[in-house]
Design a binder for this molecule. Structure first.
Ligand code: PLP
Length: 401
């Protein structure tokens, strides 16, 4: 899969893209270039940069040196020809879809995409007369049947948010290519440490960099990687419509990414142990984690992922009142909407991944009301398990008492 001559993902997390020493006045760390524009003393040089005959920067909405380093690091980590960045993950997703689609086109995707993505499919694309077919996420035959009817874009996400469903990316990419579709994969949950969808046949891989890539919940960002031909088109849409990544955010994301492999290694390990602990607890009615052998997508996950990721979800016995009682008892978790941070973060889908959706919409997507999404941080695994144990035991005692 990966070129034997390439450094490993861990080494790339630290070094990739950060080798332009001369350009930065030999600073070893990437500086934040806050300048909105870049001045020239020679009009012909300026023209050469404007016409991309020479590398360089002209105006911050188009390109910026700090942002370019972030794009280069992701490009290398995803094994892509090119990459372009955005102000948020949703900007990456919407700009990609609006670049590729025109009225009369058809998209095939699944019901379990990220809540914001689902809104683009159900609200905004139909408004522009793009037809969207949303399939049951794990029903590969049904997805293939929809693809066979023809589509311009096949849009996948694996593992999904918040129920951690897994799709066979190689199999579905093959089906998409058979009808000439551009195959797009949201790789936010896996990260390039755990999976590289381009190597499995996807044409474009995108991320909410806000999550695991940055890892510290202090910067928003998005990125899409793929062939130069596709990325040039998406970049052009973004440079005109303007959802540009801020240089300070790019710096924070780059700084976070130096430890990407260490964080993901710890989170993979903790999430699996926590999932096993939860599966054995009597007050838990269900655990969703692709690393569990009982998970319906485990065999596919084992085939296409190097680790199972830092997010899991579980359902409590009882109703939403149990969720209300349980969550505030967690001492080692922010109750918040983000995920992928160094701190553990927990919350129900109604206020996190699917805050944009109604109760009826969530039920239609098969998201139970007592589901809790738990994004494992880098704390000590035993401390996290002890924290869950005390919160579960206290809530169970109250529930039964
Ligand atoms: C958070 C998230 C997004 C959206 O990213 P933002 O940076 O919040 O815009 C997209 N996809 C997935 C899987 C996410 O978790």
């Amino acid at each position: 899969m990966s070129d034997a001559k390439q450094p490993s993902k861990g080494t790339q997390s630290v070094w990739a893209g950060e080798d332009e020493k001369d350009f930065w006045g030999r600073a070893t760390q990437t500086p934040v270039v806050h300048s909105v524009s870049f001045g020239y003393t020679d009009v012909d040089d300026w023209l050469d940069v404007a016409l991309t005959r020479q590398p360089g920067h002209i105006y911050g909405r188009n390109t910026n040196p700090t942002v370019a380093v972030f794009e280069e690091k992701l490009r290398i980590l995803e094994g892509a020809e090119a990459a372009t960045s955005f102000s948020t993950g949703m900007a990456a997703i919407s700009n990609t879809l609006f670049t590729l689609l025109a009225p009369g086109d058809r998209v095939v995707s699944v019901k379990d995409t990220y809540g914001g993505t689902n809104k683009i499919f159900t609200e905004f694309l139909p408004h522009f007369h793009v037809e969207v077919a949303l399939c049951d996420t794990t029903d590969h035959e049904a997805i293939e049947a929809e693809i066979a009817q023809g589509c311009t874009v096949l849009y996948l996400e694996s593992p999904t948010n918040p129920t951690l469903k897994v799709m066979d990316l190689e199999r579905l990419a093959r089906a998409g290519h058979a009808v000439g579709a551009v195959v797009v994969v949201d790789n936010t949950f896996a990260t390039p440490i755990n999976a590289n969808p381009l190597a499995l046949g996807a044409d474009l891989v995108l991320h909410s960099a806000t999550k695991f890539l940055g890892g510290h919940a202090d910067a928003l960002g998005g990125i899409v990687c793929g062939s130069k031909a596709l990325i040039d088109r998406i970049y052009h849409y973004r440079e005109i419509t303007g959802a540009t990544l801020d240089p300070m955010a790019a710096y924070l994301l780059l700084r976070g990414m130096k430890t990407l492999h260490l964080r993901i290694r710890q989170q993979n390990e903790s999430a699996l142990r926590i999932a096993q602990f939860l599966a054995a607890h009597p007050f838990i009615s269900g655990v969703f984690y692709p690393g569990l052998e009982t998970h319906e997508g485990h065999a596919i996950a084992r085939k296409q992922m190097r680790g199972y990721g830092g997010v899991l979800s579980f359902t409590l016995q009882g109703d939403f009142d149990t969720v209300r009682a349980f969550l505030p008892r967690l001492k080692l978790a922010h109750l918040a909407a983000n995920l992928g941070a160094v701190e553990t973060v927990a919350g129900p889908p109604a206020t996190t991944s699917h805050v944009e959706c109604t109760l009826e919409e969530r039920e239609a997507m098969g998201i139970p009301e007592t589901l809790i999404r738990y994004s494992v941080g880098i704390e000590d695994t035993d401390d996290l398990i002890a924290d869950l144990q005390q919160a579960l035991d206290a809530t169970a005692a109250e529930h039964h008492g």
